[in-house]
Design a protein around this ligand. Structure first.
Ligand code: 0L1
Ligand code: MG
Length: 261
């Protein structure tokens, strides 16, 4: 008699990740260990985000993860991934976050797009730029739910690509070129990371292309008024009590947050 392999309980995995986020308590890597691959891990992510929606949050966008070599090297994973953004993750520009709600938060400078319409997954890049209403400097707050910020690809996908918060600076008209704008990350007025939007898959517009295509494979679309976080231009830095963090993106401006001590 052949043994029937036990199917992983995706909802139970999502519940453990959700509990880790809600209680700000790190957990061991559970997803790949349960036999879940990177494709199925998106179903865990779906179930995880559904728990937030059941608590009254609203989907407001999508994000890309691991779009730069610096980020891939930082976490030892080498595939572009995508996650979901909810209104509960939004932090006002210049606002303060209470670090008590996070496990080991980090921040990274990004570029955000505001969608004017829903691009088609097969639409050529040049065409769906007409789907972008505006662009802005942004900060992403990431907080892996796994101990030591260490994970496999299925684990980080299931964990909604470590998404924990985001700040959008003032929206701007889309400039002619986005492919090589200088990016600084400042902590208390001191530059701690320098980079370029070229680090975001060569051009943040390419990240939008990848995001539309990859999320589309799972039946997920961007919608009018949604935000798209294209990815980080530098490695992320830890968010410590009392610090003020600012992203500066050439031609686009700044986005900032403070960490309450
Ligand atoms: O937004 C990101 O690039 C994060 C993706 C997940 C890896 C990480 O937590 O650094
Ligand atoms: Mg990011």
């Amino acid at each position: 008699m052949t043994a029937v392999a036990q199917q992983p309980d995706l909802a139970a995995l999502a519940a453990q990740l959700d509990e880790a986020a809600v209680t700000a308590t790190a957990i061991p890597q559970i997803v790949a260990a349960a036999g879940v691959d990177a494709v199925t891990a998106y179903a865990v992510q779906d179930a995880l985000v559904a728990r937030r929606l059941a608590r009254g949050e609203r989907l407001v966008g999508l994000k890309m993860g691991l779009t730069s070599r610096a980020k891939m090297a930082q976490v030892g994973v080498d595939e572009v991934i995508w996650g979901r953004l909810t209104d509960g993750m939004r932090i006002d520009d210049g606002g303060a976050v209470d670090l008590g709600g996070y496990i080991h938060p980090r921040v990274e400078p990004e570029v955000a797009f505001l969608m004017a319409r829903s691009p088609e997954p097969g639409e050529p890049v040049g065409d769906f730029l007409s789907a972008v209403r505006a662009v802005a400097p942004a900060l992403e707050l990431i907080d892996s739910r796994y101990a030591n910020f260490t994970f496999s690809l299925p684990d980080v996908i299931a964990d909604n690509t470590s998404a924990a918060g985001f700040v959008i600076g003032p929206w701007q008209p889309v400039p002619a070129g986005l492919s090589n704008l200088g990016v600084l990350l400042e902590v208390n007025g001191r530059v701690v990371q320098t980079g370029s939007t070229a680090a975001i898959l060569g051009d943040p517009r390419r990240a939008l292309d990848s995001g539309v295509r990859l999320a589309g494979q799972h039946g997920v679309r961007l919608h009018e008024g949604w935000v798209f976080l294209a990815g980080a231009a530098t490695a992320a830095v830890p968010l410590a009590p009392g610090v003020h963090v600012r992203a500066v993106v050439e031609k686009l401006g700044t986005a900032s947050l403070s960490a309450a001590s």
